[in-house]
Design a binder for this molecule. Structure first.
Ligand code: XIL
Length: 342
């Protein structure tokens, strides 16, 4: 019998995994129950899933995840109230059905912005209001920073219509609906990159100065066996901790491939890659433990290699193996590195 991840890390921080409702039965559920004490919906709490049209919410799948967590004494994270992907187009259409981004008349642009922020406010209050007693950790906005876009802010419909006011509106509504004890996060990938980190830092600092209730930074941490440096990941967390913020690792996985590598090992993954993955996971968790004071939790984006968003992405037909358990749900070298580090 193998050790439990969550028990091994009990004195440090919670360990989580992203799940789909269909994984909450059978062997996959057993694996989750044994190893994690926090879950997050991989898809079913995203805007298009939970609020597909202006007048309809779909709670069924989200409720399944909350129920499973309750039954098994796990915490739940909410991912995500606001994103530019997986969001209904209805948010961004004016009452005549015209895309708000196409509006050129300044007066109408002002009216559109107001309408978008009203819709957002309602979206956030309705969802946070429903789950505030069961969900204490919230990704309020996801991936709003993009160094390649003007001002370093992602040029999403949200931003093009409302500027950064959408971020402010989302956090304020979440705090008002959730009360003082919900933890509100700004979540992003690539936060180890100094350029992106500094833009995110500047944004968060401005927001905090304006009294916007941000409690922490979510670092997705979709990394690879080839990078980035663990030291950069930790340095970024330290910077945000200086602002008094919590850090969370929200979507951890470690691809076998560098992000721009279009190759494919197929069934013959070289053993040095498998070993490197284990050694890098070991280094990462050693660093996490050493910094437990500024790290509120570590959530994997999945649990076993049978199910990962990295299959067929970014290379169609290519399988990946970024997690601690293999396709048969057996512990990999990376698992042993994490439960028995240094
Ligand atoms: C991914 C899911 O894992 C996939 O199933 C879905 O098809 C696309 O989204 N960053 C995020 C997550 O914030 O929401 C993404 O999840 C992975 C990248």
């Amino acid at each position: 019998d193998i050790p439990s991840l969550a028990e091994t890390y009990a004195e440090f921080f919670p360990i989580g995994a992203a799940v789909e409702p269909g994984q909450l039965a059978g062997l996959k559920a057993d694996l989750l129950k044994k190893h994690v004490n926090m879950i997050v919906a991989e898809n079913v709490m995203k805007p298009d899933a939970i609020h597909p049209t202006e007048d309809s919410y779909n709670w069924t799948n989200a409720d399944k995840i909350v129920e499973f967590a309750k039954t098994n004494g796990m915490a739940v994270r909410f991912h995500a109230l606001v994103w530019h992907n997986q969001v209904g187009a209805w948010f961004f259409k004016d009452p005549d059905g015209k895309p708000m981004v196409d509006e050129t008349d300044p007066a109408k642009r002002e009216t559109n912005k107001k309408l978008l922020l009203e819709r957002l406010d309602k979206h956030v209050r309705t969802i946070v209001g429903r789950y505030k007693d069961d969900i204490k950790s919230w990704d309020v906005v996801n991936e709003v920073v993009e160094p390649g876009d003007p001002d370093g802010m992602r040029a999403s419909d949200w931003y093009k219509i409302a500027g950064t006011d959408y971020i402010e509106t989302a956090f304020r509504a979440a705090r008002e609906a959730g009360g003082p004890d919900v933890m509100l996060y700004i979540n992003d990938y690539g936060t180890d990159d100094p350029r992106k980190r500094d833009i995110l830092y500047g944004l968060v600092k401005d927001m905090l100065d304006k009294g916007v209730p941000i409690d922490g930074v979510g670092h997705q941490t979709h990394i690879s066996v080839h990078g980035p440096l663990v030291a950069n990941i930790i340095e970024s967390m330290k910077k945000f901790a200086e602002l008094g913020l919590d850090n969370l690792v929200t979507e951890l996985d470690m691809s076998l491939y560098a992000w721009n590598d279009r190759g494919d090992y197929g069934d013959d993954v070289p053993s040095y890659i498998v070993n490197r993955q284990a050694e890098r996971y070991r280094e990462l968790f050693d660093a996490f433990k050493a910094n437990k004071g500024i790290l509120g939790g570590v959530v994997f984006w999945g649990i076993a290699d049978d199910h990962t968003w990295l299959h067929n992405f970014p290379v169609q037909g290519r399988m990946d193996a970024p997690l601690l358990f293999d396709k048969q749900l057996h512990a990999k070298p990376a698992f042993w590195a994490v439960v028995d580090p240094s």
